[in-house]
Design a protein around this ligand. Structure first.
Ligand SMILES: C[S@@+](CC[C@H](N)C(=O)[O-])C[C@H]1O[C@@H](n2cnc3c(N)ncnc32)[C@H](O)[C@@H]1O
Length: 246
């Protein structure tokens, strides 16, 4: 059951694409997909990348948040994608794909090792024998959440109806579990109406990911540390495994 208002509340979902215009992950995946004929995008969200991938390929986008999928269905190219309301921990489509992706740090919404293992099992269950997977998770060693305080994160989001919306975050890490709880605020200029979501994300370490990936019957060919292609290192911002079935 998903309870993060960032993804289930249509009023907050309308900010998602304004804040996530696509960056290195989109460029990398569009270059990486090559001649893959089928793609499964787990945690596809509003489906910007999913729809791009569907040009000439059989693409399925899965997400448990109806409000995110509503945006995805309506976007340009959305009619080329098979959209599935489903949880990446339990989804079983009964078919395999040349490429399985989980981007936009969707892996981090899974807070426990059991949930993370379940998602990796789902990836393995949907990979063709020569299929590949790729996902991203922020490197806990980079401690990016320390930059998500109100002063560092304050920004203006140009909303088509509300105008210049003031946005900011706040974040705190639980020292025991490593889970980061972060708040997202949007304040509309006229009337001062405010939207708020509180979200929780995990920051699994690369070693823990490596062990879970192996336990799911998967092997990693390359560990990237950025979507620009740098290899993973303790000081890189990202942990990006690229692999296949063992
Ligand atoms: C940060 S967004 C990333 C969306 C998209 N992949 C992107 O790159 O823009 C995280 C997504 O994970 C989805 N999500 C949350 N819980 C999930 C679950 N149990 N299974 C699959 N996706 C989930 C959310 O609904 C949201 O769309």
């Amino acid at each position: 059951m998903i309870d993060d208002r960032l993804y289930i509340d249509p009023e907050l979902v309308q900010f998602y694409d304004l804040e996530n215009e696509g960056g290195g992950d989109v460029d990398f995946i569009m270059g990486f997909v090559g001649d893959a004929k089928s793609v499964l995008d787990l945690g596809c969200g509003t489906g910007a990348l999913t729809a791009m991938l569907a040009d000439g390929r059989a693409v399925t986008g899965a997400d448990p948040a109806p409000a995110m999928l509503d945006v995805a269905r309506k976007r340009c190219g959305g009619d080329r994608v098979e959209w599935v309301e489903g949880d990446a921990r339990s989804l079983r489509l009964g078919k395999s794909f040349d490429l399985v992706i989980l981007t936009g740090h969707a892996f981090q919404v899974f807070l426990t090792a059991d949930d993370q293992r379940a998602v990796l099992d789902t990836i393995a269950a949907h990979l063709a024998s020569d299929g590949r997977f790729i996902f991203d998770s922020r490197n806990p060693l980079a401690r990016e959440w320390q930059e998500w305080g109100p002063d560092d994160s304050r920004r203006t989001v140009a909303h088509p109806t509300f105008g210049a919306v003031e946005a900011w975050n706040d974040a705190v890490q639980d020292a025991v579990t490593g889970i980061v709880t972060y708040d997202t605020f949007y304040r509309v200029p006229a009337g001062g109406r405010q939207f708020h979501a509180q979200s929780r994300i995990a920051f699994p370490a690369q070693q823990a990911l490596a062990e879970m990936i192996a336990a799911a019957g998967l092997v990693v060919d390359r560990w990237l540390g950025s979507w620009q292609g740098a290899p993973y290192a303790p000081d890189t911002g990202e942990i990006i495994p690229i692999g296949r079935k063992a």
